[in-house]
Each structure stands twice: as structure tokens, then as C-alpha cells.
Design a protein around this ligand. Structure first.
Ligand code: NAD
Length: 260
């Protein structure tokens, strides 16, 4: 069995770093032409595109802020011109924001997290769906988080955005399933990337983190990239409107592991 995305055009938002970068590599390895998206980090995006092109794949970089509708519209039309209409969209770009308790927080920070993590995927999906309806097929993979299920004190914006993105996944899936389009979500647990470096680079917080994971280990970027590549492929052709949790058992209440 071999996942084959030959002939597909895949856009991975936020692929200049972390999970998005690994997902873009996997998409390319599976044969897709990859639109690498970055916001400011042009150098890692360029290096990734060079790596993919040198190893026989096809990739190019596209910039923009996903929370700005005009940037998203321009990005999709630039991809149309360079490669053609997108067949696979991975809404990966996101931030967790500062830890702030509701009431003592700055509403601008809340709005920013919602704009990037919820409006961004909506703007991108909207552009993608218009194209996918014309081609009669397509897959959208939304990267949510275990925090679409688990509350996270100090991060009301992040948790709300991810839970919102989960419901967006289901509702959009219902809307577009007759057009041959699937919409799914992947909910990562704790995966080692720059977003959570302050947690895994400090031995004390790292030890505490491991108590929250049943396996117990942090996830690697490849754990997510494999799940996303599978969901984008025809091996998942009967899967839509649901979330695949990839968390090493974070949702298994590991605090109960030893009975008591
Ligand atoms: P990361 O910080 O390495 O990558 C985030 C990416 O999003 C970067 O490429 C950044 O440029 C991009 N981005 C941020 N704001 C943007 C904007 N306004 N416009 C365009 N791009 C923007 O973090 P990561 O861990 O790779 O996170 C990727 C996704 O996975 C995020 O949506 C995050 O919420 C989700 N996630 C990560 C974890 C984890 O443990 N790493 C767990 C659950 C969910």
C-alpha cells in the first residue's frame, strides 16, 4: 500500500515551521505539488521549497497573513497562476497567544487569536471550496488541537477557536459532501515544535507535561504529518466531518492510569 497524491496540488498554510513544514514534506513525498505558505519567515520557506525541488518534487512559496482576506484571495490566485487550482488544503497556520485570564486580558489579543486560528481557516476554505466545486473533488484538513475538547485555563481564545474550527469542519463537510469534497480535522496533542518550546525546553514543565500523556512521550511532527497525508489521500475516501485525534492518549485521563 502506497499513499499516492500524484497530480494533486496541496496548499499547507504556515509551512515555514513546525507541523506545517513536516506536512508539506510528506505531501511532496507522496507526489503532490506543494504550495508552501509563510507569513514572514521567507528563508525557511525557501529552503523547504529548494529541498523539495532538488529531490524531484515540485514546490513554490507563497506569502500572506491568513487573517487578512485580501492576502488569502491573492495567495489563491497566485497559486492558480503558478500551479492551478488547489486540490488539498491544510489549514495549519495558528498561534496559541499569551496566557491571559478573561477580564485581566487585552481583547485585542483575543481577537488576534480568533482571527488567525478561526477566520484564517474560514477565508482559506472559502477560496478552496470555490475551486474544488469546479473540479468536483477536494480535501480540506483543519489542524485543531486536543483543546477542541479540553478546556485550557488562560487560553480561552485558543480553545474557543479550535472548538469553533471543529464545528466548522463538520458543518462545511455537510455542505460540500455532494460536491465530492471532504473536510476533516486532525487534533494534535503535545507535539515538539517552536510553538511550545518554553514547555519542552524546561525540565520541570517537560516532566509535568509527560504526566498528561498516556504513552508517555511528546509527539513528533511526523506523527501529525502521517495522519494528515492519510486523510488527504483516497485511503480516507469515506471519512468526512470528523476529527482524528493524534495525541498519544492525552484524552485518556492519564491521571487515572494507576487506579486509586
Ligand atoms: P509553529 O509556531 O511552529 O507554526 C505556526 C505556523 O503558523 C508558522 O509557520 C507561522 O508563520 C504561521 N502563522 C502564524 N500566524 C500566522 C498568520 N497570521 N498568517 C499566516 N501564518 C501564520 O507551531 P506548530 O506547532 O507547528 O503549530 C501548527 C498548528 O498546529 C497550529 O494551528 C497549532 O495551534 C496546532 N497545534 C499544535 C500543537 C503542538 O503541540 N505543536 C498541538 C495542537 C495544535
Amino acid at each position: 500500500i502506497n499513499i499516492n497524491l500524484n497530480g494533486k496540488i496541496a496548499l499547507v498554510t504556515g509551512s515555514s515551521s513546525g507541523l506545517g513544514m513536516e506536512i508539506a514534506r510528506y505531501m511532496a513525498k507522496a507526489g503532490a505539488t506543494v504550495a508552501i505558505h509563510y507569513r514572514k519567515e521567507v528563508e525557511p520557506a525557501t529552503n523547504l521549497a529548494d529541498d523539495i525541488n532538488k529531490s524531484g518534487g515540485k514546490a513554490a512559496i507563497f506569502g500572506g497573513d491568513v487573517s487578512k482576506r485580501s492576502d488569502v484571495e491573492k495567495m489563491f490566485s497566485d497559486i492558480d497562476k503558478k500551479f492551478g487550482p488547489v486540490d488539498i488544503l491544510v489549514n495549519n497556520a495558528g498561534i496559541d497567544g499569551k496566557r491571559e485570564l478573561c477580564g485581566d486580558d487585552d481583547p485585542d489579543d483575543w481577537e488576534r487569536v480568533i482571527s488567525i486560528n478561526l477566520l484564517g481557516p474560514y477565508y482559506c476554505s472559502r477560496e478552496a471550496v470555490r475551486r474544488m466545486k469546479k473540479s468536483g473533488h477536494g480535501v480540506i484538513v483543519n489542524i485543531t488541537s486536543v483543546h477542541e475538547f479540553v478546556p485550557w485555563s488562560g487560553y480561552t481564545a485558543y480553545s474557543s477557536a479550535k472548538a469553533g474550527l471543529s464545528m466548522f469542519t463538520k458543518t462545511l463537510a455537510q455542505e460540500v459532501s455532494e460536491s465530492g469534497i471532504r473536510v476533516v480535522a486532525v487534533a494534535p496533542g503535545a507535539i515538539k515544535t517552536p510553538i511550545n518550546k518554553d514547555v519542552w525546553s524546561n525540565p520541570e514543565t517537560y516532566k509535568d507535561l509527560l504526566t498528561k500523556i498516556a504513552m508517555p512521550r511528546m509527539g513528533e511532527t511526523k506523527d501529525i504529518a502521517e495522519a494528515v497525508t492519510f486523510l488527504a489521500s483516497d485511503y480516507a475516501s469515506y471519512i468526512t466531518g470528523t476529527t482524528l485525534v493524534v495525541d498519544g492518549g492525552m484524552l485518556l485521563y492519564p491521571a487515572f492510569k494507576h487506579g486509586g
